[in-house]
Design a protein around this ligand. Structure first.
Ligand SMILES: [Zn+2]
Ligand SMILES: [Zn+2]
Length: 296
């Protein structure tokens, strides 16, 4: 998987025992993500997770019947707060995925997974994310009786599920979580009749329990989040010490113009607001190709 390389961190010495050892966090998910995150929280923090059965689809769906309100991070934080409210220890986790064309590699699809954590008692609110280009996707418009099986198989079907809906943009009828050709054929017939153009849309069902190629990316984000929570604030000892922002501004190696890119990490605590600038710079100069004066 081509997720980002781990970042170098200044790790504050964890308080011993860790403040979360033996506690339980609520994980707000309906799509079977807990199994991907539990091992990291158990092994790195001794934290157990309980699944909070909240209707996360009411906050927005991949298939578009419910538009997402706010950014992926906003959604993950909202779900984490719901999880914390259901947790006896006031700890919560929420997850949100985004799938779309890659900014860096426009021919590829990118899958970003953000995992957020909140601690309502201490005021901790942190997140970690992972990006992968290993996501499998299916997206095609078909007429009934067309040959689409090979295209579906190329996109990872039947391990990867699909949704079927009318091709003219109507949001009903809609069939989700389909994993057999017989189910797809039948859904295509119904949706084509309901569509003004007589065609049906077949698209990936990106919910985590129907999309195996998302699962390693969610697991990696879970590892990063649990790892971050091991680090405690050097000032107030709250867990979650880590990257909060960047010092920006790096000189161009040719003309010396200050270019607005990250220069150093700022590590901080979301509970007490303590911040420290990392000693090691991310970069000390920038290539003229990224300089607005040398390469306008
Ligand atoms: Zn602190
Ligand atoms: Zn320059």
């Amino acid at each position: 998987m081509d997720s980002q390389k781990p970042r170098a961190r200044i790790e504050a010495a964890p308080a011993l025992p860790h403040p979360y050892a033996g506690l339980t966090a609520g994980f707000t998910t309906r799509h079977d993500k807990a199994a991907l995150v539990v091992p990291h929280f158990e092994s790195l923090l001794d934290v157990s997770l309980v699944t909070v059965d909240f209707d996360t689809d009411s906050l927005g769906t991949f298939s578009g019947e419910v538009p997402r309100k706010g950014s992926a991070l906003d959604m993950a934080l909202t779900k984490a707060r719901v999880g914390a409210e259901f947790s006896v220890d006031s700890l919560g986790i929420g997850s949100e995925g985004t799938i779309g064309p890659s900014h860096q590699l426009p021919l590829l699809m990118a899958n970003a997974e953000v995992l957020a954590f909140v601690d309502l008692k201490r005021g901790v609110s942190v997140s970690e994310h992972t990006i992968s280009h290993s996501i499998r996707t299916i997206s095609l418009t078909v007429e009934p009786h067309a040959e689409y099986r090979s295209t579906l198989a190329a996109g990872g079907f039947p391990d990867h599920g699909v949704i079927v809906k009318p091709a003219d943009g109507e949001t009903t009828p809609i069939f989700k979580g389909l994993h057999t050709f017989a189910e797809v054929d039948s859904a295509v017939r119904v949706c084509a009749v309901a569509s003004a153009d007589g065609k049906a849309r077949i698209e990936s069902d990106f919910r985590a329990n129907h999309c195996p190629s998302r699962r390693p990316t969610i697991s990696e984000a879970g590892h990063r989040l649990a790892f971050r929570l091991r680090s405690c604030c050097p000032h107030c000892l709250a867990p979650g010490w880590g990257l909060v922002s960047h010092v920006r501004g790096v000189p161009c190696s040719l003309c010396g113009e200050n270019v607005d890119v990250p220069a150093r990490e700022i590590l901080g605590c979301t509970a007490c607001g303590e911040q420290q600038i990392a000693a090691k710079p991310i970069r000390v100069s920038i290539d003229p190709s990224r300089c607005p004066l040398c390469n306008p």
